[in-house]
Design a protein around this ligand. Structure first.
Ligand code: OOG
Ligand code: NI
Length: 469
């Protein structure tokens, strides 16, 4: 039985995300500037749109509106990944989705550790996009072996963190003192280390193979490489970044600006060149620099069904066949225009999206529906009839996951603007799940389940009313 003195996983996750945010603002001052800009724009957006304010008041906790929604790390080995799964599990974060980024020229595959379920997401939605380096995609065998050797020797978790994870697993939770210690110990894994664990020569060779490999292999641990607050107006923040002295990436990733927001739109400021030092041959430290850390913002819309996602993927592909966004931003306007034009084929009305089976919706009883239920009257069994008669309403279910093409765009723009490298597409979810030590949750099945449950609740209410007649 669960001891009542244990701190909830949701509370541990909240403390952890707050601690991470404070650490990252401290480590990367430009990120603090971005946070302040996001808070300002969110405030202005809410002031200008009382309807949005009312809607958010009903569904979100307003004081947390500008807080982080996600962060990202890159791991080097299967052992690191499976231990990370156990760490996140203590915070109520579970692997959802499999993302193969090899197709987009990035030698990793990934999942997102996130809270699952409405109550947990509302309490604190923080998630971590977690990538595992794929050394199997590195052609140079000698370099591959050397990198594997460096990775095998490092320890990214403190002994105490490992101990506390074991304790949480054994006892089914952590008490207040242990939870506090856990957050502090786990934070260490995500900390920036400006002293590399390789020589400048080795760094260069790793870097030449792929910049991402240098980022993963050369350091003591998987430093958090970005955090991402939620914005209510991504286009505005993107436009205002330069005024604040931060350089945005060329274009916003994902769908264009629309009335009915779909999936996920994200953008970031470009990764900073930061001073680091490498192990010198003579034992002295040799100074150099490394580019990896940045700040990102996101705006989420409705979760799409496989049919809706296929349409999204097709339209994105069609756009990119017309024009690909250049890293230097020179054709950004052209790309945005093409994106908007091509996406006219995607319905921009909630009921049309719903009727076409493109998105997932949560159904609920209206005031009229609740009264009808109380008096034992109902329109019948059919959800469409109940909607038409005004007994049932529907709201879009928010997409809580990620998009591989967008993720690749974020990776690329923050690994430097040089031409992307080609890798043969080789999704390997079986290998990923073996390394993870668990299967990942299928996000489509998850959203479908939420939709189905909401529908059944409405229909159940209706049938109960029928029975009472
Ligand atoms: C992860 C990039 C993916 C997102 O928001 O799509 C990501 C990384 O750069 O490690 O965070
Ligand atoms: Ni991100």
């Amino acid at each position: 039985m669960k001891d009542r003195s244990y701190v909830s996983a949701d509370a541990i996750r909240s403390d952890f995300s707050a601690a991470m945010s404070a650490m990252y603002r401290d480590e990367v001052p430009a990120y603090g500037t971005l946070m302040a800009l996001v808070a300002r724009v969110n405030g202005e957006t809410l002031a200008a749109d009382p309807q949005l304010l009312t809607r958010l008041e009903a569904t979100d906790s307003l004081e947390r509106i500008s807080e982080e929604r996600h962060g990202a790390i890159r791991l080097g080995t299967a052992e690191e990944l499976s231990m990370m799964r156990r760490v996140f599990s203590v915070m109520g974060m579970y692997p959802v989705g499999y993302y193969d980024l090899s197709t987009a020229g990035v030698p990793v595959h990934s999942t997102a550790f996130r809270p699952v379920g409405d109550a947990a997401l509302k309490r604190n939605p923080f998630r971590v996009f977690t990538s595992l380096l794929r050394l199997d995609l590195i052609a140079d065998e000698a370099l591959r072996n050397e990198a594997a050797e460096v990775l095998a020797a490092r320890r990214i978790f403190t002994d105490r963190a490992v101990e506390l994870v074991g304790k949480a697993e054994r006892d089914g939770g952590l008490d207040a003192a242990d939870a506090k210690a856990f957050v502090g110990e786990v934070l260490e894994t995500f900390r920036w280390h400006d002293r590399a664990i390789v020589s400048a020569g080795m760094y260069q060779r790793l870097h030449d193979a792929h910049r991402l490999i240098a980022d993963v292999v050369s350091f003591k641990g998987p430093h958090i490489n970005h955090l991402t607050p939620r914005t209510l107006d991504i286009d505005k923040v993107q436009a205002l970044m330069p005024e604040e002295g931060i350089a945005p990436k060329a274009v916003v990733e994902g769908p264009p600006t629309r009335k009915c927001a779909i999936l996920l739109r994200q953008t970031s400021f470009k990764a900073l060149d930061e001073p680091v030092s490498f192990i010198g041959e003579d034992g002295a430290w040799k100074s150099g620099s490394h580019t990896a850390r940045f700040g990102e913002i996101e705006q989420r819309g409705i979760a799409l069904t496989p049919k809706g996602r296929a349409l999204y993927d097709k339209l994105l592909g069609d756009t990119r066949a017309i024009t690909r966004p250049a890293a230097d931003g020179s054709n950004a306007a052209e790309y945005e225009a093409a994106l908007a034009r091509v996406f006219e084929a995607f319905p921009d009305d909630w009921n049309e999206i719903r009727k076409a089976g493109l998105g997932y919706f949560a159904y609920s009883l209206t005031e009229k529906g609740r009264i009808a239920k109380a008096y034992g009257q109902a329109a019948g069994w059919d959800i469409e009839a109940l909607i038409a008669s005004g007994h049932v309403q529907f709201d879009p279910i928010v997409y809580e996951d990620f998009l591989p093409v967008s993720a690749a765009g974020i990776f690329q723009s923050n690994l430097g603007d040089d031409a992307a490298q080609e890798f043969a597409a080789s999704p390997n979810q079986v290998m990923f799940e073996r390394d993870l030590g668990a299967t990942v949750l299928d996000e489509f099945a998850h959203y479908a389940g939420i939709e189905k449950a909401s529908m059944e609740e409405c229909l159940g209410a209706a049938s109960m009313a029928d029975a009472a007649e």
